[in-house]
Design a protein around this ligand. Structure first.
Ligand code: MN
Length: 228
């Protein structure tokens, strides 16, 4: 095919223990998936109606890369989250079918322009400008599910400049991974390569230029970077 503008190279992530890469198709995110974080944001948890939003695939930043402080905000927040990578797809899945799609796991930051999010919430506007900006999704290398699976006691944590900011057990999630995937599959035809950010625990706070972050999905994945 003869394209007027050369198609971009697909965004991708490294795979732990492999030279091959995971091509990213889309990035889905769930909000308010840890009760204590929902409370700190002044919101409740609605178990029957999960809140979803998206980021563009090219917002993903690889482990170790600098993250530019974004334009148009004075309140950039970190949200550490487990990231699930799908190896298969489908629509209207049961939680059992959904669980079988998981290819691997990583750890990521759902970076958020909190001031723009507060304005959007107040006006009833969409969250895109608060969530879907460039470089808004640093993600670690992926740990294949064939190698290791997280469980309810797996710890997710984030340190900034060597100080612990956020920490939880995955068992604190409101919606489990199979429930999240099944719910998304009732809204979108999921595809191989889709990533899902599974929500953040309490402790979200501001990042400044010069801050170094280190996120971990214990025993599975690590993510480091610097805000510049
Ligand atoms: Mn989030």
């Amino acid at each position: 095919m003869d394209f007027i503008i050369a198609p971009p190279v697909p965004p991708s992530l490294p795979i732990i223990g492999s030279d091959r890469r995971f091509a990213i198709r889309r990035v889905f995110c769930i909000g308010r998936n840890y009760a204590e974080h929902a409370r700190e944001m002044g919101a409740g948890v609605d178990k029957s109606s999960p809140l979803f939003f998206c980021k563009p695939a090219d917002a993903v930043v690889s482990d170790g890369a600098d993250v530019p402080y974004p334009q148009a905000t004075a309140d950039l927040h970190h949200e550490v989250e487990m990231v699930v990578a799908l190896g298969g797809g489908g629509s209207d899945l049961t939680p059992e079918q959904a669980a079988a799609l998981v290819w691997g796991h990583g750890v990521g930051l759902d970076l958020t322009r909190r001031d723009l999010q507060a304005q959007a919430k107040a006006k009833g506007h969409p969250w895109d400008v608060a969530k879907a900006f460039d470089h808004s999704a640093p993600v670690s290398a992926l740990c294949p599910a064939s190698e290791r699976m997280p469980d309810a006691d797996t710890v997710l944590r984030l340190g900034v400049n060597g100080r612990l900011r956020q920490q939880t057990r995955l068992g604190e999630m409101v919606h489990s991974v199979p429930e999240i995937i099944a719910a998304l599959s009732r809204l979108f035809a999921l595809k191989p390569g889709d990533l899902i950010f599974t929500g953040t625990p309490a402790g979200v706070a501001a990042l400044q230029r010069g801050d170094r972050f280190e996120a971990e999905l214990e025993g599975m994945a690590r993510l480091q970077g610097k805000i510049v």
